[in-house]
Every structure is written in C-alpha cells, then in structure tokens.
Design a protein around this ligand. Structure first.
Ligand code: PLP
Length: 394
C-alpha cells in the first residue's frame, strides 16, 4: 500500500478557511474582516511610498544576488536593534528572520536545545500560531489568563498569579504591544510588575512584537522591551515588519536574543546560526534590503513614520466610526471598549453564533471568537458592517 495511505487530512487553518469561504461568496457587498491585514481607505493593500522610493534607488543601482550571511544583512540587523532597543547593543544577538513567524521558530528551536524540558505559557487567548509553533518545536504549551470577557480588558491579577506560580525556566510568550486577538494591552505600570515577577521567578520571556507602531507610536510601543532590557535579564524578541511596512509577502522579520554579556551574545549568535543554517541556510535579500534602506535614510525613515502613523490613525478613526454607526443603528449596549483596544483587531464581544449570522445573513466575515480586523474597515464597507452587527446585537 502507499506510504501515504494513513496520512490524516489536517484541519484547515480557521482563518485561511474563512478566506476561502469569503472568496467563494458571490454577494457583491461582502466584507472580509477575518484577515490580519491592513487595507487602506479604498480597501486596497497599501504599497508604502517609502518602500517604493527604496526600491527605485535599488533598481537604479542593481546588485548581484549572492548568498547573504546566515544571520542576514548586517546593516539590517543593526537597524533592527536601534529600532527595537534604542541603540546597537553588543550583548544582543540579532538575526534576520523570515517574518515574525520565522523569528519565533528560530527562537523556539534554539530554546528547545537550551531548555528541552521547559514548559511554554502563552496568553489565553493568543495568536493561534503561538501554540502550534511551540508545540511543533517539541514543547508542552499551556496558557496564562489574559482576556477578561466580563470586564472587557485584561485579567491582570490572573496573569500575574500564573506567572508567580510558574516553575523557574518556564518560557512565557508575551505580546509586546497590540495584543492579537483581543486588542487589549497592559499598562507600563503593569509591565513593571510583570518584569519583576518574571525576574523573581527566573522565567524566560519571549516578546512577540508584530505590531510596533500600531498602538501609540514606535517609541511608545517599545515600552515592554525597554523595561525588560533595564531589568538586565535574558529574553527574546521577535520582530515583524509584515504589517508596519506592508511587506507581508517579503517575509521580513528578526529575532533578537538579549544576553547578559557580549561574550554570551557571541555564543548565542553562533547557535542561532546553526538553527538557521540547518533550516533554510540563509535568508532572502529583497525585503530586508528595503527595510534597511528605509531605516538608514533620514528622509525615507521620516516618510515611513508618517505612513505608519497614517495607518494607526486611520484604524483609530474606524474604531470610533464603528462605535458611532452602531449607536446610530440603535444599538444600546456600551461598545466604547472598541475604541480603547489597540492594533489591528477588535474582540467585538460577539459570540460564535452571532459571528455566523454576520457571515450567513450579511456576508460580513469575522472569526468565530468575535475577532474582527478593524484595519480592514473603510467608509465604503462600514455601513454594511454596522448594520449587520446591529442586527445581530439587537
Ligand atoms: N505574531 C503575531 C502576534 C501576529 O499577529 C503575527 C501575524 O499575524 C505574527 C506574529 C507573524 O508575523 P509574520 O507575518 O511577519 O510572520
């Protein structure tokens, strides 16, 4: 019989499955709020001007495409350190990675060698790939409390209690800003408590930073990283430029491992390189070259910050507009929490059957958890979304 006769059909990725369903829907007014992608006011995926400028300059001085070093473009890695930590740091090992996902995977593989028996804690709920990725890397993955559905916020006491009860060496995956899927972040003062607990318990923090610049701003969104850095402990940071540069398909990200000495960082870097070398040998050139060019050039950097702020401000405007439109449509529940959430998503508070009605009756696609992508709202689709939500909320 065939080698593959007993291969089970894996369940579809729920969000990609939703996309397929959306694409098959023939209704003209359908709206896709399932994805984790920013669309502009015309419902289009933006190609940032700073990216176009950098690409123009690159095309004007074409370069051959040799292999990159295993850890990627050196200038890129340095620019990432400056952006994430405020300056280049010798005690931090930074490698270019295939998006935020690739950074998490390189980090997870390294951690599996380093602490094979450690448990991993992710937030409840979290980006679904956190569980899958750390499980696939061989870890036992559990959760710490995060979302407080009744209070529409973070169950911070529960989170802190779980950290304080975790065995030393436990790997704790934290969303550095713009928590996906809930949109709720903890405050700087709460981060101080988290850092203290992590340090006291000897836990290993892994900060996932996929949305820097989408919360309050590039600098503001770096608060958690800065606090961990100041604590002088070892930790991991995965960076993604998929959203902030709208470079989803280029797979541009980075992994930074903060060590406690320069010598440690050199040894850690040598191990990260083995993880990369045995996985995909070395990263691709184009996306990281674009990002490096933008970050290094004062004018392009300023343009990027302006465009990133534009995305952030537009999302916030859409949050307010959605709340106002729901109110105008006669919804009496207090939905102001939607405007307090940060980043590209909103945990709308709608339950699975309400989300199914949104899809079935109105062609408005969101995740059954109630998560909607507010970064996919625009003035054109907002009335449809608001009317549909109002209908299922009444
Ligand atoms: N981490 C979180 C929390 C995310 O939401 C995402 C993307 O959706 C990623 C990581 C992965 O980013 P990338 O597309 O760069 O791999």
């Amino acid at each position: 019989s065939s080698l593959f006769a007993d291969v089970a059909l894996a369940p579809r990725d729920p969000i990609l499955g939703l996309n397929e369903q959306f694409n098959a829907d023939t209704r003209p007014g359908k709206v896709n709020l399932g994805v984790g992608v920013y669309y502009d006011e015309n419902g289009k995926l933006p190609l940032l001007r700073c990216v176009q400028e950098a690409e123009k300059a690159m095309a004007a001085a074409p370069k051959p495409r040799g292999y990159l070093p295993i850890d990627g473009i050196a200038a890129y890695d340095k620019a990432v350190q400056k952006l994430v930590f405020g300056s280049e740091l010798k005690h931090v090992a930074t490698v270019q990675a295939l998006g935020g996902t690739g950074a998490l995977k390189v980090g997870a593989d390294f951690l599996k060698h380093l602490s094979p028996n450690a448990k991993v804690l992710i937030s409840d709920p979290s980006w679904e790939n956190h569980r899958a990725l750390f499980t696939q890397a061989g870890f036992d993955v559990q959760t710490y409390p995060y979302y407080d559905a009744a209070r529409k916020g973070v169950n911070f006491d529960g989170m802190l209690a779980a950290l304080n009860a975790a065995p030393a060496g436990t790997i704790v995956v934290l969303h550095a800003c713009c928590h996906n899927p809930t949109g709720y972040d903890i405050s700087p003062a709460q981060w101080t408590q988290v850092v203290a607990a992590v340090k006291a318990r000897g836990l290993t923090p892994f900060l996932d930073m996929a949305y820097q610049g989408f919360g309050f701003g590039l600098k503001e969104d770096g608060e958690a990283v800065r606090q961990f850095l100041a604590a002088g402990i070892g930790f991991f940071v995965s960076t993604s430029f998929s959203k902030s540069f709208s470079l989803y398909g280029e797979r541009v990200g980075a992994l930074s491992v903060v060590c406690t000495s320069d010598d440690e960082a050199a040894r850690v870097l040598s191990q990260l390189k083995i993880m990369i070398r045995t996985n995909y040998s070395n990263p691709p050139t184009h996306g990281a070259q674009v990002v490096a060019q933008v970050l290094a050039d004062d004018k392009l950097r300023a343009l990027w910050e302006e465009e990133l702020a534009g995305m952030r401000i537009r999302i916030k405007a859409m949050r307010s507009a959605l709340v106002a439109a729901l109110k105008a449509a006669g919804v009496t529940q207090d939905l102001s929490f939607v405007t307090e959430q940060l980043g590209m998503f909103s945990y709308s508070g709608l339950n699975a059957s309400q989300m199914q009605r949104l899809r079935g009756e109105f062609g408005v696609y969101g995740v059954d958890s109630g998560r909607i992508c507010v970064a996919a709202l625009n003035e054109g689709n907002l009335p449809t979304v608001a009317q549909a939500m109002a209908a299922v909320l009444k």
